[in-house]
Design a protein around this ligand. Sequence first.
Ligand code: SF4
Ligand code: SF4
Ligand code: FES
Length: 819
Amino acid sequence: MSEMITLTIDGKTCQTQEGEYLLNVARANNIYIPAICYLTRCSPTLACRLCLVEADGKQVYACNAKAKEGMQIQTVTENIAKERRAIMEVYDVNHPLQCGVCDQSGDCELQNNTLYMKVDSQSYAVRDTYRPTTHWGVMNYDAGLCIVCEKCVTVCKDMIGSNALDTVKRESDAIDKDLKESMPKDAYAMWNKLNKSLIGFDEDKCIDCGECISVCPVGALVSSDFQYKSNAWELTKIPASNPFSSDCSLMYYEVKHTSIADQTPMIYRVTNEHHYASLSGAARFGYDFENKNATKNQEEFTATIEAFKKTNTIKFNSYITNEEALILEKLREKLGVKLVNEDAKRFQNFMANFSTTSGSNFYNATIKDIHNANFLISVGSFLKSDAPSVKYAFNNAITLNKGAGLYFHPLGDTHIEGFGKKGKTIETIIHKPLCEEAILFLILELFGQNLPQELSTYLESLKTKKTKKVIEVVKETISEMVKDEETGEEKEVKKIVSKNVESEVEYDYSQLFDVIGCDETLYDTINAMLDKKDSFSLIVGEDLIFHPQSANLAKLCGLIQKYTPFKIMVIPPQTNTLGVSLICNLADQAEGFVVGYNEKANFELSALGDGNIDIPALNQQEGTFTSCDKRVVPTNVALPYGGYVLNDFANVLLDDEVEFTIEYTSQLPMQKGFKAVEFDSLPNEFKNTQEENRGYVLELLSQESSDSFDKIEKFYGFAGTVIYKANPINQFNEFTYKAHQLANDKTALYVSSSLMEKLNLNENDRVIVSAVSHQEELVVILDEKIISDIAYVSFFDKTIQTKKLFSTSRYSSATIKKV
Ligand code: SF4
Ligand code: SF4
Ligand code: FES
């Protein structure tokens, strides 16, 4: 942790950590410095040069100069004002005056700064050259509007980890050379570069996250779907939280009426605060999943009450709010029914076992801790699809903190291998499925400090002595007869020479390597990576929660939290898995008559509009989620809803008169760490200091802990082809699939090119996949990013029963036959 220091900006005393960029210090202290190209949490691109300031009498770029004790900063001087004015004039050279139809108009940093610097005349000109508009994946790139600020390139590299964008050269007329002498220096240099460059795109690397659209300060990168649909100022921004994954990132539904004839509100786009929190493609593009035509029908209402009264089980998933979960829990108590939610139950069990050894009710890392780490390990997560924000944090940490990382997974992923700036900063370890106990023991062996005796003894017992040949360089003194050139006499001369000597040395070999199925050179790789590393994060994924040995894995994670320097994040698999697991008393299995809440059952309440009665989708509700950061965050109503909500049924069944569902927010169980805070008091914003001011953080509770663990006793083997339960990027469930921009994905068997060859398959073949006494006919899709002979099967389409190909684990043995 760096020291706090004091400096002054425009005479104002500011405190900050040593080494913070001056621009961030100014922003945290509400001091404005013009800056177009800087992105908080990314490396400075130094493209715009607008952020020039004077530090102790010397001109520096505020986005790249670090704070030092006692610094005196002037944010504007006569020369800086001249530079900035000239820079803005240059940006306006050949910028098409099409603000009337540009999507960014009203929200454009070029417009804002042109006005802020009162640019009312133009001193510069160069003949424009043709810059065509192109269509890239989810977006349109209008090269004519691009100011080559490189923000899109930077975010894709430093945050997302895709490296799909880069600057490329373009044909252009040269700028008048005389201007080099007469123009302000920074403005000339900036123009020279701008005039020769554009942005290039590599489609194979892009994951359609849309973060580059978010950071573009002008209308050069826009969502193809949103283009020309609305002006920014007509849209109402509704703060909400990502409904599809447990990062629950802050986002805004941007809403206005559907058309002049139809005044019903419609979501036009989703935006985010890219300086503070990134957003997945699913949340950005999968927004229109509302339950549209719901109405109130007394007969259906009565039938629903009857169904609840006669039910033995209520089955549901974790794509619900905390308040809905609390109502279901109250119904369980009152009606004496079972609550079944497999996802939350598995997570609940995992965390209960984790607590027995860690002594804490929660894992101790947040996404911010992952961003701040410089040595990271991911185990058991298909990171790019399971948890995009955690993946971004992993890449961001490696790229910005001179970090290094290990990605353990049976499905190797070339996308992850591209993380980091240059050199080998990430090592993918493609291991056997279900050997994660060995990986966690290996982490304890390598990083454990003051391990309990029983654990040390067990780790020692896994070691055997092996020998290896090593080559040592030794110095040797030799004698040589040398002839004196003048006298012709020979004399003996002694010399020291280096010599390679081969010898055999004994070393400890851990059998854990055999269990994992990896090479023992991993020791050396890790040792090389650990140079100058002091901040450690371990990411634990869903594979461990749905593992046959999940109880022991959870205990080992608890021991890692207690006995190693790693901070741990256990990623809750669905949006509100953590919240549901804390609020609800869950049973293992359904029995008797089942009421389904967004789940298939004898009587279904469905936000898709396909059940016995409608309930609202998450973009039609206000309430809270509990994020993977253990934070209770609010989400708001974006679209109207005409049917009944769970609270209406609960009022009858619980004999209560609660007007709004959010009245339950302050009743969430305090003994589990929730606070008695009213929904309307929950903030949902980031401060200029970068502080997350969203909802509140659950209270951390400690408990007695033990050091108990189980030894590895079972080794898992698979017959036939192994399949893995995972969705493609940007699909999470039936709601993402319903959204019009994501509706083209197919439920499929996703296969690597090597497996495609082994099974003699071609893309778009149809195959019968058989596993766990179930069969599904699926289309084959090639995923060139996977380096493994394990195929993955998607499960986002509710109408295709691919989940039945798996029992509790995410892996199954399958037979695959061409149709
Ligand atoms: S496309 Fe936008 S973000 Fe990218 S360089 Fe051009 S102006 Fe900057
Ligand atoms: S959509 Fe995402 S991955 Fe594709 S270029 Fe933009 S930032 Fe990169
Ligand atoms: S913000 Fe510093 S150079 Fe652009």
